[in-house]
Design a protein around this ligand. Structure first.
Ligand code: IPE
Ligand code: IPE
Ligand code: MG
Length: 246
């Protein structure tokens, strides 16, 4: 039986975030350079986006490049930046025809200018699309994002435009790069690693985690369905007890 038919489409997560990990190991296992794996990872992005649409998911956030990833060998970083520009320009028509709205989170201004330009152009062109939001986390670091929010709020307090008592968790959320994005209900990490690697620390307070051994270039439609089925088998208690939930 197809996995899709087991999923309750009325209870799919509104926002799924994915730590797309394992490209390098996937390539090396086949005797190729790491960049070969990153290139194949783009096909998994396409498939996952399509599958997310089938599930009526509203936001799909993909961790594509962390601030810590700048520490990789220059050749790999350059290759990833180049791949980013090529993928966005290569996919833009498809994003338009499938009504996808592209967004980004992270320290975008810290990317090479060619990436900034391509990204801004694609975000602008897709801004009136009403289908799924595809959110790319680029030069993203949750600690950077929180530190940045704290600095901005501290400045407002200093300028006396807000009082310390007015600092609520909603207000803090407003200063994060995810201010227009709901918190994810489901976070997936591929490649068998069980860590968060500085991703969405504030936003995952009550997120369900799904870990899979599958390496990102092997991640396909059915893998997303498995993750959502796993999510639907969980009881989200938000600090309460089971009996209170019915
Ligand atoms: C994830 O795959 C992609 C990025 C971090 C850009 P990796 O490149 O981390 O692959 P592994 O973890 O080394 O196999
Ligand atoms: C996390 O993967 C970042 C992205 C997927 C973009 P990494 O491969 O960089 O994470 P670590 O180094 O294994 O924690
Ligand atoms: Mg990795």
């Amino acid at each position: 039986m197809e996995l899709l038919s087991k999923i309750d489409l009325q209870r799919t997560p509104r926002h799924v975030a994915i730590i797309m990990d394992g490209n390098g190991r996937w390539a090396q296992k086949q005797g190729h350079m790491r960049l070969y794996g990153h290139n194949f990872g783009v096909e998994s992005v396409r498939e996952t986006l399509k599958a997310a649409k089938e599930l009526k998911i509203d936001f799909l956030t993909l961790y594509a490049f962390s601030t810590e990833n700048w520490n990789r060998p220059k050749e790999e970083v350059d290759g990833l930046m180049d791949l980013l520009v090529r993928s966005i320009s290569g996919e833009i028509e498809e994003l338009m025809s499938s009504n996808v709205r592209l967004m980004s989170i992270g320290n975008i201004e810290g990317l090479p200018q060619s990436c900034i330009d391509e990204l801004h152009d694609a975000i602008d062109r897709t801004k009136d699309n009403t289908g799924i939001h595809l959110v790319l986390a680029l030069n993203y670091s949750a600690r950077w994002e929180i530190t940045n929010a704290v600095q901005q709020i501290a400045q407002k307090v200093k300028d006396q435009s807000i009082n310390p008592e007015e600092i609520t968790d909603d207000l803090i959320g407003h200063y994060l790069t995810t201010s227009e994005i709901p918190d994810p209900e489901l976070l997936i990490r591929t490649s068998g690693e069980h860590r968060v690697s500085n991703f969405l620390l504030w936003q995952i307070a009550y997120t369900e985690f799904h870990f899979t051994e599958v390496l990102w270039p092997d991640f396909k439609r059915e893998d997303l369905f498995k993750a959502v089925l796993d999510y639907q088998s969980r009881e989200r208690r938000f600090g309460m007890v089971s009996e209170q939930l019915t």
